[in-house]
Design a binder for this molecule. Structure first.
Ligand SMILES: Nc1ncnc2c1ncn2[C@@H]1O[C@H](COP(=O)(O)OP(=O)(O)OP(=O)(O)O)[C@@H](O)[C@H]1O
Ligand SMILES: O=P(O)(O)OC[C@H]1O[C@H](OP(=O)(O)OP(=O)(O)O)[C@H](O)[C@@H]1O
Ligand SMILES: O=C(O)c1cccnc1
Length: 497
């Protein structure tokens, strides 16, 4: 954790009051009633995949770990809370010694996850676990969303038969919703599969490869486009990328780039790439390719940028665009098509006299009824393909040598039996009694994990449009428990917890 605390993105940070006031009002109410030590369990989960995707790439856990590790109220925080005239001095005094003593289990970053399964399970004294809801959701919602969007864009770029594996570079800093969205967004984009970022703070913080070309201002500031290109090639002889669309791509930009390319070749160097940032990218890239090839500059790559997203990239690929690499900003860093992931944080169990009691939130909408109890998430594999995730109560045991009947928790007539399966338990310990027990992986290791994860799922689940729904089922015991609690709370008098 000390290493992470030194990362530029976390330097001089203090986020304890990054919470909603109602968390403090609930904490105070519990404290006032002498209930603040009651132990509870909350689950973090979302209900539907963003952008019509078939899955989400889990991300944001590192930020959660940093936040919980550093959670404490400063004198400044306490003075501000006092100024609200809502809390007693006894409560403010209690906050002075506050820190996180709970347990956190989480699905590691870079794992493919699905609706309704707990991505995090947080256990601890109710006041502590309540305070952290807002910040945890903000970290997980943001980074998981951007990692998922990035994955969609990267997968689109990989469909290019002319340039298989053509890389995507994240360049959205200027369009991101401010500092954290840009830096943590760049991290998430890298986890999702981008090869690098233009954002230096993200590069410095997370060891993400950085890259940069030049803007139109560079070209405009010289007497001619050729002068600008030559000066750039002089300054960066090993990494010369020339922006060719300031005046006229085919009449001026590409011919000038070819001139620079020839001169570099004569000097024993090589022009690396041109970048086209406007116009019809299919037409211009094909024409530019022909012109470069005709000049013997077959190694010069073509980078495209200009309001790209996964749809435009796929479309350009089908048009046979000669694009070797993609620079993507706005639509990636803001996930403009689907601007929020809906992770929620729900109370699922509470300790009463030392015994865990399940809790449920009832809703008219069956999809919104929560899954009660302390649970685990099991991923079931048959022949190394993930076939379903099973949410079960944490004490349940499954013997993979015995057949297992799975059923849809809403349409229970939909059933299937699996045999000779393998189980992977997804939730791993992150904090135990307030101590960080998890070694946080590097961003590039998480990125590699995504590639491995994706291979475990059928193509039907991964396709970008109307994917097949991956099964997330409940164990029989959990389903029975849910039904019994539902019946109990739907009785007119209900039962108070
Ligand atoms: N061949 C193509 N097929 C589909 N979409 C394309 C193609 N070429 C470019 N696009 C997309 O069309 C849009 C063009 O944007 P816009 O009309 O703002 O003009 P522009 O060419 O970027 O010019 P400028 O940056 O000078 O305003 C971008 O989103 C770009 O990604
Ligand atoms: O298009 P995006 O996916 O957001 O990618 C980043 C954009 O940022 C830069 O544009 P700039 O700020 O100079 O504006 P402009 O090119 O749109 O004029 C760059 O030239 C890209 O076009
Ligand atoms: O390096 C680039 O080309 C770049 C960086 C940020 C935004 N647009 C372009």
């Amino acid at each position: 954790m000390m290493e992470i605390a030194q990362l530029p993105v976390y330097r001089d940070r203090h986020l304890t009051l990054l919470t909603d006031l109602y968390q403090l009002t609930m904490m105070y109410g519990q404290f006032n009633a002498g209930r603040h030590e009651i132990r509870v369990v909350f689950d973090v989960f979302y209900r539907s995949n963003p952008c019509g995707n078939g899955y989400v790439v889990a991300a944001g856990l590192e930020q959660v770990a940093w936040y919980l590790y550093h959670l404490k109220f400063t004198e400044g925080d306490i003075a501000y809370l006092r100024s609200l005239n809502m809390f007693s001095e006894a409560f403010l005094e209690y906050l002075r010694n506050f820190s996180f003593h709970g347990d956190v289990y989480a699905i590691p970053e870079g794992t493919l996850v699905f609706p309704n399964e707990p991505l995090l399970r947080v256990e601890g004294p109710i006041v502590e676990v309540q305070l952290i809801e807002s910040a945890i959701l903000s970290f997980i919602n943001h980074q998981s969303l951007i990692a998922t969007k990035a994955r969609r864009i990267v997968e689109a770029a990989r469909t290019n038969p002319l340039h298989p594996g053509s890389p995507v570079i994240e360049m959205g800093l200027r369009r991101a919703q401010n500092v954290d969205a840009s830096v943590f967004g760049a991290r998430a984009a890298y986890i999702g599969g981008c090869v690098g970022t233009s954002n230096l703070m993200a590069g410095e913080s997370y060891n993400i490869p950085v890259s940069g070309t030049q803007g139109h201002s560079w070209i405009q500031s010289f007497p001619s486009e050729l002068d600008a290109f030559l000066a750039y090639a002089e300054a960066f002889p090993e990494e010369t990328v020339l922006l060719v669309d300031t005046y006229d791509v085919l009449r001026s930009g590409v011919p000038n780039a070819i001139e620079v390319g020839r001169r570099m070749r004569d000097a024993g160097r090589s022009l690396k790439a041109i970048r086209i940032d406007s116009g019809d990218l299919a037409y211009l890239s094909k024409r530019a390719r022909r012109m470069l090839d005709a000049a013997g500059l077959t190694d010069v790559k073509i980078i495209a940028s200009s309001d790209l997203d996964e749809y435009t990239i796929r479309d350009l690929v089908t048009q046979g665009a000669e694009i070797d690499a993609w620079g993507v900003g706005t639509h990636l860093i803001t996930s403009s098509e689907c601007p929020a992931l809906g992770c929620v944080y729900k109370l699922v169990a509470q300790q009463v006299d030392g015994v865990w009691e399940p809790r449920i939130k009832v809703s008219e909408n069956p999809n919104k009824v929560t899954n009660p109890g302390r649970k685990k998430v099991l991923r079931l594999f048959v022949d190394n393909q993930a076939v379903a995730d099973l949410i079960a109560l944490d004490y349940e045991h499954f013997d993979p040598s015995e057949p297992l009947e799975l059923f849809d928790p809403i349409h229970t007539y939909k059933r299937k039996v699996i045999e000779n399966y393998r189980i992977e338990e997804l939730l791993v310990p992150i904090f135990e009694r307030g101590q960080l027990v998890y070694e946080l992986p590097q961003a590039h290791d998480i990125r590699e994990r995504v590639d491995l994860q994706v291979e475990q799922f059928a193509a039907e689940i991964r396709r970008p449009l109307k994917p097949h729904e991956y099964h997330v089922d409940l164990s029989q015991e959990l389903w029975d428990l849910k039904q019994s609690l539902l019946h109990q709370w739907r009785k007119p008098e209900g039962k108070k917890g």
